[in-house]
Every structure is written in structure tokens, then in C-alpha cells.
Ligand binder design. Structure first.
Ligand code: SAJ
Length: 407
């Protein structure tokens, strides 16, 4: 089988490389010509454990990168699915555009796999009508399948190979063809279901995690009020055989967990109070951190916020993705309220995206009195001793130095 993977971002690229490395004839397609050029020149476009080795193998196996759609047996669509801020509903424009472009080139009987996360019912509401409008009969001229992914940035390559997967389809036979294709690299169990159940299960997986993080964050607020150590309390509670509370933190970032629950809120208003409340709690955490910073400044008579430095700009540890990151949310809150000049540094962020962002760790440390650990990169764990003598607000519970404040 020949596969085209459309959208070469955080999900599409490793997936395309995985297909190619496993011997599937693969073309990666992205409308961003510059990205295609970079990939064609043999350079991966983001940092991820094991990605370079996989890239080399895929190139040896003849993977191609293009901006134009080409003919294939199976098209895997992995483009972003943002949500509309006002209505909280999904904006399927990129998926729809990709499917339309596939229809312009594909042969009869081609299979289109939507790998992008979509809200339950999106394929029925937005994709099917688009295909039919173009005169195609679904199930005959073209087949539509949902193949949501579950890989976690930071451990993507391992999880691509080892996670179980879901295939949502109208027709079991087509489901089995897609299952065989993914089995070229996926060793996990592959379950076949209907399309809407596959859409729903993907979205609720991320919603489940969001709600559980919100619980940990709410506990943090409760414990802070009475000056109790939330980490100690969670550690003890988690000794119960059926309790597993997640880690509190400065907020929930990334393009998945902070976005997908909104799909449910948008589509099921009145039925999603818990989900909405969890989103609000997680979104309130950057302001909670800001309040902690201001308390610490007051305690030590520090008036100048340029003495404060945020360590970590990405949405989580050891990745270079800054989408929806708590640090960016915190800074935007400061700008709204205080127009402050808070400093920042991140070893993974090589471009200057913020005012007062440092490119050099040592200089950053030299210039600040309060360091706020926003992200637990391995880099800071290895350099923790360099924070000796500073006040530290540790939102990740990774620092043992004196003068450390917890969340
Ligand atoms: N976070 C906490 N406390 C925790 C765990 C995470 O505050 O205990 C924060 C992180 O710091 C980060 C955010 O939540 O800001 C999300 O990070 P994450 O590591 O939980 O998840 P993602 O967004 O990197 O990947 C998720 C995963 N989904 C689930 O674990 C249910 C991944 O498996 C999905 O494939 C991915 O979303 C996706 O693409 O949908």
C-alpha cells in the first residue's frame, strides 16, 4: 500500500516516518513549503527523543516530502483542529480542506483516515457532506475512517510502536485493511469500532486527564489556604490502592488536553458542568502562580518584577512546543494587569518569542532574585545547584534547595 500523510506537525511527521521506516511507501505532505524543504534536506523540524534515528531510517527507505497532493491508496490526515473560542466548538476547516484536496487527486476506492482529533459527530456533520457535495459515494468511490492517535510528546516514538489504537469505520473490511496498515509499526492492540465512538473515546481520554489534573490543582489551592503541603498529602492519599491523584502544576498547556474538553462543552452544553469547571480550574493556575509570586515579593520587600525570572516557556518538560503554555498564559495575564517586565528562559526555545527572554541560562540566573520553575526540564534538574542563594517558587516540586516555596 502507498500512504500519504497530510500535515507534518507533531503527530503527522513521526507517523509518516514510522510508516516509511516499516517499509510502507510513504509521502509526507504539507502546504508549508519551507517545512517541506527543511524535511527534504534531511533535518527534522522539532526535537523528540529518537526522532533523528527514525528520520534517517525513513529517508533510507525512500520517504518523500511534498507540498502537492499525490496519488495513494491511503491518505492519513493529521492537521490541527482548533476550537472556536466563543462557541467552544471545533473548527474543522483544516481537516475539511485536506479532505477536499485528497478528493482532487485520489483514485476510486481510496481510503481517507482522519487522524486529527475531532469532536464526536464531526465526520458525519462536516466531512461526509463535503465528500458527497463533490459527487463521491462514500463506501464506494472513497472510504472514510477515523484513526485517532494517543502518543505523548516526550515519548512519541516508543508510544507509536507500543500503544493500543482505535479505528472507527463504517465497514469492517475497510477497518481491517487500515488495521493491517497500522500493524506495520504498531505492536499494540488495535480495536475496530464505529466512527462516532472512536471520535468520542479520543476526546474523553484527554478530558479525563484534564479533570484529574484539575482535582490536583484544586487541592493545591485548598492546601495553600491552610499552609499544608499538597505534595505530601497527595503522596499519602496515593498509597490507597484505588487512588491515583495526578500532579498539581502551573496550568495545563499543549494543543490537546487544554483544547479537547472544550469540544464536549461546546457540543453538550448543560451536560458538561464538571468538564467546564475543570477547564476553568486549570486555566486559573497561571493567575494562582502570579499571586504566589507577588506574595513572595512582598514577603522579601522586592518591588521590582524584573527581579523575577520564569524558568521554562514550553508547555511541559523536555519538549520544544510552546502552544497554550502556562508560562505564556501567565505573561499575558501580567501584561493585561501590570505591564511588568518579568524575565524568562527556556533551553528548548531557541527563538526569541518574548520580551525580556534570555538566550543564556547563566545570564538569566545572574539577573534574577526569584526564579519560578514553570517547567521541569531535565536541564534545570541538572543545574539546580546554580539556583543556590535565590528565592525559588517551584511549581513542579523538583527543588530541594533552601529558600524554596512550593505552589
Ligand atoms: N500536567 C499537569 N499535571 C500532570 C500531568 C500533566 O499539570 O499530572 C500538565 C502538563 O504539564 C502539560 C499538560 O498537563 O502542561 C498536558 O501534558 P500531558 O503530558 O498530560 O499531555 P500531552 O498534552 O502532552 O498529551 C496528551 C496525552 N493524553 C493523555 O494522556 C490522555 C497523549 O496521550 C495524547 O496523545 C495527546 O494529549 C494528544 O495528542 O491528544
Amino acid at each position: 500500500k502507498k500512504v500519504n500523510v497530510i500535515g507534518l506537525g507533531y503527530i503527522g511527521l513521526p507517523t509518516a516516518l514510522m510508516f516509511a521506516s516499516s517499509g510502507v511507501k510513504t509521502v509526507g505532505i504539507d502546504y508549508n513549503r519551507k517545512l517541506v524543504e527543511t524535511l527534504t534536506s534531511g533535518v527534522p523540524t522539532f526535537e523528540e527523543e529518537g526522532l533523528e534515528e527514525l528520520f534517517e531510517k525513513a529517508i533510507k527507505n525512500g520517504i518523500e516530502f511534498k507540498s502537492e497532493y499525490t496519488k495513494a491508496d491511503v491518505y492519513v490526515v493529521a492537521v490541527p483542529t482548533p476550537y472556536i473560542k466563543e462557541s467552544k466548538k471545533i473548527d474543522p476547516c483544516y481537516v475539511v480542506a485536506a479532505v477536499e484536496s485528497v478528493l482532487d487527486v485520489c483514485d476510486k476506492g481510496s481510503i481517507i483516515c482522519i487522524e486529527s482529533t475531532v469532536s464526536p459527530g464531526t465526520i458525519d456533520k462536516f466531512i461526509r457532506p463535503e465528500i458527497e457535495k463533490k459527487g463521491f459515494v462514500i463506501g464506494k468511490d472513497v472510504h472514510i475512517v477515523h484513526t485517532p492517535e494517543r502518543i505523548i510528546p516526550g515519548n512519541m516514538i516508543y508510544e507509536l510502536e507500543n500503544n493500543s489504537r482505535t479505528i472507527g469505520c463504517d465497514d469492517k473490511e475497510i477497518g481491517n485493511i487500515v488495521k493491517d496498515l497500522y500493524s506495520s509499526f504498531c505492536k499494540g492492540e488495535i480495536v475496530i469500532t464505529d466512527i462516532k465512538s472512536a471520535e468520542m473515546s479520543k476526546v474523553i481520554e484527554n478530558t479525563y486527564r484534564d479533570i484529574n489534573i484539575a482535582f490536583a490543582n484544586e487541592l493545591t489551592k485548598i492546601c495553600r489556604k491552610d499552609n499544608m503541603d499538597v505534595y505530601e498529602i497527595i503522596k499519602i492519599a496515593n498509597m490507597h490502592p484505588r487512588v491515583n491523584i495526578l500532579n498539581p502544576g502551573p496550568g495545563v498547556g499543549g494543543h490537546c488536553i487544554s483544547v479537547d474538553p472544550w469540544f464536549l462543552v461546546g457540543d453538550y452544553p448543560g451536560l458538561t458542568n464538571l468538564i467546564w469547571e475543570a477547564r476553568k480550574i486549570n486555566d486559573s493556575m497561571p493567575s494562582f502562580v502570579l499571586k504566589r509570586i507577588s506574595d513572595i515579593m512582598k514577603e522579601h520587600g522586592i518591588k521590582d518584577v524584573t527581579k523575577v525570572g520564569l524558568y521554562g516557556i514550553t508547555y511541559k518538560e523536555n519538549v520544544d512546543d510552546t502552544r497554550e503554555s502556562p508560562t505564556l498564559q501567565l505573561i499575558s495575564k501580567m501584561e493585561e494587569n501590570l505591564a511588568y517586565g518579568i524575565k524568562s528562559y527556556d533551553p528548548f526555545v531557541k527563538e526569541n518569542i518574548l520580551d525580556n527572554q534570555y538566550m543564556d541560562f547563566e545570564e538569566f540566573i545572574k539577573d534574577v532574585e526569584i526564579v519560578v520553575i514553570m517547567v521541569g526540564h531535565d536541564h534545570i534538574k541538572e543545574n539546580m545547584h546554580k539556583l543556590e542563594g535565590k528565592f525559588i517558587l517551584d511549581t513542579k516540586n523538583i527543588c530541594n534547595l533552601s529558600n524554596t516555596y512550593k505552589l
